[in-house]
Design a protein around this ligand. Structure first.
Ligand code: IMP
Length: 171
């Protein structure tokens, strides 16, 4: 088994700061609710909010998709819901990776139905080659090749989330 570094710790740090600066500009004078999508986004979310300088509250949501057979319903199973109401609030959804797009499209629709003032998406990664549910990513750190990646929050069978970089796993 081998792990090749795909995006280094330094490169991720730089890009996270760039995204936070853009978020700070766009939300100047506003307060935001950052919603981290568990488990994968925990590290990106933690690093991102350290560079956000508008008032932030933090909440989390966890979802698992039912699989492709229920694709048309666009639904995911909510494993852990927000603790707080979001009606009238500015929501910044923070995701690790948009792959097919099913998870985030469904989460956006769910949170949108709770009447927030606005809802935007920040994603660490986007794999265009596999995307079948187009979703607007307002703040994207990296577009990546069609490879299975691990580290910096992302797992393979529950492991490797702790790596400070993003790597490509091979047997
Ligand atoms: P989607 O619903 O197909 O967009 O998948 C989203 C979820 O699949 C992500 O939140 C990840 O948890 C997982 N995922 C997709 N691609 C990868 C990968 O390359 N590495 C690790 N997890 C991935």
């Amino acid at each position: 088994m081998a792990i090749d570094v795909y995006l280094s710790e330094e490169k991720i740090k730089e890009r996270v700061i760039e995204l936070a600066n853009k978020i700070n500009k766009d939300y100047a004078g506003k307060e935001i609710v950052v919603v981290g999508v568990l488990n994968g986004a925990f590290m990106f979310c933690a690093d991102l909010i350290r560079h956000i300088n508008v008032p932030v509250t933090l909440d989390f949501i966890a979802a698992s998709s039912y699989g492709e057979e229920t694709e048309s319903s666009g639904q995911v199973k909510i494993e852990w819901d927000l603790k707080n109401e979001i009606k009238g609030k500015h929501i910044l959804l923070v995701e690790d990776i948009v792959d097919t797009g099913l998870t985030i499209k469904s989460l956006k629709a769910l949170l949108g139905s709770r009447e927030p003032a606005s809802i935007k998406l920040a994603s660490l990664l986007f794999k265009p080659a596999r995307n079948i549910h187009p979703v607007e990513i307002d703040y994207l750190a990296f577009e990546i090749d069609d490879k299975f990646v691990i580290g910096y929050g992302l797992d393979y069978a529950g492991r490797y989330r702790e790596l400070p970089y993003i790597g490509i796993y091979s047997e």
